[in-house]
Design a binder for this molecule. Sequence first.
Ligand code: RUQ
Ligand code: CUA
Length: 681
Amino acid sequence: MRSSARPSAVALLAAVAATAGVLAGCHSNKPTLANAVTGAEAAARVYVPPGQKDEFYAFFSGGFSGQVSVYGLPSGRLLKVIPVFSQDPQEGWGYDEETKPMLETSFGFVPWDDAHHPELSQTNGVPNGKWLFINGNNTPRIARIDLSQFKTAEILQIPNSAGNHSSPFTTPDGKYVVAGTRFSVPVPNRDTTLASFAQSFKGTLTFVRADEPGKMAIAFQILVPGYDYDLGHAGKGVSDGWFFFTTYNTEQAHTKLEVNASQNDKDYIAAIDYRRAESCVAAGQGTSTMPANYDHNVIDDRSNVAHVERKTSVTALDPSRCDGVMYFLPTPKSPHGVDVDPSGGYIVGNGKLSAGGAGHSFTKMRQAIASKAFDKVVDGIPVLKYESVLAGEVKSAGLGPLHTEFDGKGYAYTSFFISSEIVKWKLGTWEVVDRTPTYYAIGHLMIPGGDSRAPWGKYVIALNKITKDRYLPTGPIMDQSAQLYDISGPKMQLLLDFPTIGEPHYAQALPANLIHSVKFNALTDNANPWAVKTEADGGISRQGKTVHVKMAAIRSHFSPDNLEGITVGDTVFFHVTNIEQDWDIVHGFAVLGNTDAAELILAPGETRTLKWVPRASGVYPFYCTDFCSALHQEMQGYVRVSPAGSTVALSATIGDHAVGGDRMAGMHPTGAAGAVAGGHQ
Ligand code: RUQ
Ligand code: CUA
């Protein structure tokens, strides 16, 4: 049934890639004169003198590193890496007992993910600097990072999903973030033949309540046809209340997608009226309760201990039984990004295999719905006529459009992967007004606030997939690269290149003054059950084969620092509290030969717990891993480990006195304390 005369996508891609190769190989990779600035000018525009601070915070996804990195703009200086989905030795994230539960899922402990799209929380359609959301693509999850601490605070797993790619884009009021599945799968997942794809595989579009910290929850999942759901964006302004998702593989292929999923001339943008979905869910119209297993992991603010809550069901909505909730907008050709302009009037689809972008008009979409300008109905979902919703196409703009961001001054900027360039065009007239090469193979691009109602349209950043020949070579693999362009004038001007950590699929940025970063955690507020508030609170205790050590860290010693009475066969938990109350005074803790964890890194006022199972008798040093003071090298101690069955008395001392003394004898861990130490043995 499929026309063999039609050139395959592979052939098409090969042809355009050859063109791109020519482009990349010749002089066209030099900026044209109008776009060029001298090195001295560029340097002056990105130079942030020593001691001065950047104008913007930018949050880059780490892609397959699973983390988020924070850069200052315009300098491109790396400020921090925030661990999210991957264990991180630099902060002990996912290694210590407090944070390990954050990486629990219904599949078990999953200490890695592929993090794609950072999304700043919004108020009234504008980033507010409170939180950053990011998706885990491989094992579907959404994380919330608290931007007062620059720390991951919450992770919600998404069931009935596989490849959580169209996520975690937010609604302008911050009520929801979404999760659309890239891979359709049998829902509920079960053993079934792959050839039954078209009959038994489904997609899900998940709406997650995200406006209260610690309470992310799945509001409902819309069960949609078995396509690939790639990216999404909320409507805003005139289109507030709607959500748009791109689809590809409307062919419903389950093998050789590079050919089989590139047959249709148009795939769809799914338009969801989520307020209509809310009313169907409230009325129980078209809904069912589906069993589902997924975890919700939250770090308690005061104790710093993460807890896992297992969830067992979701509310599913069948869109064919909730009329008006969902429409398909035909969009050429395997669209990737779907981006909504600041007014909300245009919905721009970026067809990977097309030569431009298609802009749909929200107003025309409403009219087409009212006049039932339908091409057909698929699984109960009306497909609107292409011409009835199209506002305009950016013609022959480039090859392989992926993403579009907006400057708030009436212009859009689209990344073209294959022709490796950013193209600037005018909303409404669809004419190209500027273009600039990128080095090389740009994926996403980012303007601070560029997907919001009010962009800060001063810079655009290209997030490039291929870096070769731009920096000193580092073997066959080069890190990915970002490029900063000034867009304050009519022409884009390249100012700066800088390498990134992992693959930054996307980034978001906002003015630095919108972020309120705390300096330290008040020790008096520390509710960790194993916290010590003074050096004298430390000590050692035994419950069967488990030994708990409570320890204070303060310049430049641990209290206690000499421990005896531990035997082979014991499991030891070091609960260390940094009792400093000064900004940026950090201590670490590590013990020789520990196979059970990395180090602890302790912010001032914070308690963390390191698990250690000594396998042989002997004496084991421990030490502070963060150069905290002139006597940092003196910040060390010893644990004596005796053979199994030895009767050496437990003792915890510093200098000539015992720490904790008799009080330790009466020390019984609370239930909560047991959860810290006991939950992840
Ligand atoms: S996104 S460019 Cu386009 Cu997940 Cu990677
Ligand atoms: Cu404490 Cu080094």
